[in-house]
Design a protein around this ligand. Structure first.
Ligand SMILES: C[S@@+](CC[C@H](N)C(=O)[O-])C[C@H]1O[C@@H](n2cnc3c(N)ncnc32)[C@H](O)[C@@H]1O
Length: 219
């Protein structure tokens, strides 16, 4: 894969050290994301991360969660190599992977390991067709334990209105790259998917750079 293709998946210029990739956006958002995770998500049990990218969020969060087994992965091969390298380098026995789950699949191939106490997806559903959001919520219903939590982070609009001019510009730039991509709307896109799949929105936490952390609970 060329550098250009790699960066198109991430929408940013990632630095490399062997197979380990470093995401500039993760360097900026990993602490606030971890803080919200530690406040609202299960602190023990099994967590499944989708679209783990470089693997940095997994290592950063799981390093504070000795009683959690964190399973991460990504459908992209270069990302999986980075995840494997980060796991090996960190030497954390509670981080597993990489899996290669593409959320659009009807069966993620991990259902036999369910139930999971938590599901996490950071900055994925806007850089993918809406079928990815549909698959993610459907999978949440399949794999989460009763009262399990689903952490969704990214830029979202509310009631069809962008929460900042920069999010609106970002939405337009996503759509110019691929018309199927775009900032998802909490009311029009996500709450109907949550309802369809037995999930309730519990928390919407404002994050730096006009992003949100959404915490859903399986009913
Ligand atoms: C912008 S990157 C974010 C990576 C990481 N979560 C982060 O915040 O740094 C989006 C990731 O979602 C993954 N992805 C895209 N479509 C997906 C799908 N259908 N199922 C699972 N992961 C997907 C991509 O391979 C990519 O690694």
């Amino acid at each position: 894969m060329t550098d250009n293709q790699k960066n198109k998946i991430a929408l940013e210029d990632r630095a490399e050290n062997g197979n380990k990739l470093y995401s500039p956006s993760t360097a900026r958002n990993r602490d606030p994301i971890r803080d919200v995770f530690l406040k609202f998500m299960p602190l023990e049990g099994k967590i499944l991360e989708i679209g783990g990218g470089t693997g940095e969020h997994a290592i950063h969060i799981a390093s504070k969660l000795p009683n959690v087994v964190w399973h991460t992965g990504d459908p992209d091969e270069t990302s999986r190599a980075s995840i494997a390298a980060w796991i090996e380098d960190a030497g954390l026995s509670n981080v597993k992977g990489p899996h290669s789950i593409d959320v659009r699949a009807e069966d993620w191939g991990i259902e036999a390991e369910a139930p999971f106490d938590g599901l996490v997806s950071i900055n994925m559903i806007h850089i993918a067709p809406i079928t990815a959001a549909e698959g993610l919520f459907a999978g949440a219903q399949r794999i989460l334990a009763p009262a399990g939590k689903f952490f969704l982070y990214g830029p979202f609009s509310k009631g069809g209105i962008h929460i900042s001019p920069s999010n609106e510009a970002f939405d337009q730039s996503l759509k110019s790259r691929d018309p199927r991509w775009g900032v998802r709307d909490i009311d029009a896109d996500l709450l109907p998917l949550a309802k369809k799949n037995g999930l309730i929105l519990q928390e919407a936490v404002e994050m730096p750079a006009n992003n949100l952390s959404l915490i859903f609970r399986k009913s």
